[in-house]
Design a protein around this ligand. Structure first.
Ligand SMILES: [Zn+2]
Ligand SMILES: [Zn+2]
Length: 95
């Protein structure tokens, strides 16, 4: 049960159950659970440690039950990061 919602127009945080924003009157929606949000660290220019490709690379920093902040940064290209996600999921981490 979320305690707060957020205005879809101005982004104001409102109490749950408030269907209209007190500031602009726009609709509100429940605020997403922050622990469910994936956090990616992306570099425009980097080398993928999976396939060695250069270009835009990223690494998963944080997801539910996953914290990559404590690990050595491993940047991967988009395809390799998807493969890595499968690997993490296979270990039972819901990302
Ligand atoms: Zn608003
Ligand atoms: Zn790659």
């Amino acid at each position: 049960m979320t305690e707060y919602g957020v205005c879809t127009k101005c982004g104001l945080t409102v109490f749950a159950g408030q269907n209209d924003c007190p500031s602009c009157g726009a609709e509100t929606m429940p605020e997403p659970d922050a622990s469910l949000i994936e956090e990616w660290h992306e570099k425009r220019e980097g080398v993928c440690i999976g396939c060695g490709k250069t270009g835009r690379v990223r690494r998963l920093v944080k997801a539910k039950d996953y914290n990559g902040k404590t690990k050595i940064p491993e940047f991967r290209c988009y395809e390799c990061s998807l493969n890595k996600l499968d690997e993490i999921r296979a270990r039972g981490v819901p990302v």
